[in-house]
Design a protein around this ligand. Sequence first.
Ligand code: PLP
Length: 440
Amino acid sequence: MSETGPGQVRRSSTRLDSYVDRYAARTQGMTASEIRALFSVASRPEVVSLAGGMPNISGLPLDVVGKAVSTLVRDHGAVAMQYGSGQGDPRLREQICDVMRLEGVEAHPDDVVVTVGSQQAVDLVTRIFCDPGDVVICEAPSYVGALGVFRAYEVDVVHAEMDRHGLVPDALRQAIAATRAAGKRIKFLYTIPNYHNPAGVSLSPERRAEVLEICREADILILEDNPYGLLGFGDEPHRALRADEAEGVIYLGSFSKTFAPGFRVGWALAPHAVREKLVLAQESATLCPPSFSQMVVSAYLESHDWQGQVKEFREMYRERRDALLEALEDMMPPTASWTVPDGGFYVWLTLPEGLDAKAMLPRAVTARVAYVPGTAFYADGFGARSMRLSYCYPTPERIREGVRRLVGVIEEELELHQTFGTAGRPGVGRGYESPNTDLT
Ligand SMILES: Cc1ncc(COP(=O)(O)O)c(C=O)c1O
């Protein structure tokens, strides 16, 4: 529908969405992600999906969880099914502090705000800090769900390059200088230092100190998003940025990958003043995070060897990572390259020159393998030569089969490229030949 004059509404028969003229301007940035469009196809059983980042929770002790849920309802149902605190359950906030201690973070439960997954924490932080046109600096590439939030709040994303040691400090310095020279306000650096989604790399210890120093000097807040922090394949978790800087860092955590995403429990740890604003924003968004979910998570942490379970998850993911790396090593053409993750769910693969992951996707799906094209992880059209491969969900055998199918498609594309000069459609955006899509 569209307004034609005071009180008049004209129904447009030519538009699919007849409300199109009424939406707020900010909805123009809200488009279905490339991942969403893929899910319906990639979830068919005949397709090997290396696309989705769903945690593989089949190893969870469902009997233990079931017992915790029924005890909770029987003994504390009236509280668990009631509204709760806008900041989150006090007992769970204490337990969250114990969880963060594993990464060197010393925090007080008063400074923790429980959120509906860490996704909501990204939303709330953006809501309280960003006006339209403000800048958030993100790694290149960055988490597609955060880019969606930034778009929804009409934030300008400026990407800073990464390599296999994570965010490149000089690239961060340059991004800050160039943004400020253009007269724009930088509200924060959004970073995923551990087992990056989608890049599959971790920030080196030396660079952690340097990134903190750069942001301290430039007076830029850091939003440290760390849902995979306990899913490393080494002996010890990486030290959180927040462990060495309390005032300049907002830390986000989640139980989605260490327990189960269906409860939608995550959190933000913020400097005291910011915490106040976050609680107000949380109250206006949801009144309170769900009491029931929080109490189930709390009971699980209390009554189960959850760290033993996380160790099992890590071993399972490591086996799958090894299967993927081995298959890539065995089968990929020598001109492809990829990152080697030390934890988490993802490998970032850069195709041989001249190939376009997005253009190739329909042919890959026809060959019954799915991935996420690199362009999904950039706000500016980069990434066409790259793709994210997730190894978290399929079995090692299926992963190998998926790589076999993918390599078949890539080889056909290469042949086309050699015959006609371009493989399928030419690359999209400036990133087509960009070196910064190759993190290896
Ligand atoms: C980097 C990153 N941040 C945040 C999230 C959101 O996680 P959740 O809302 O389930 O806690 C994800 C999920 O995949 C992620 O990869």
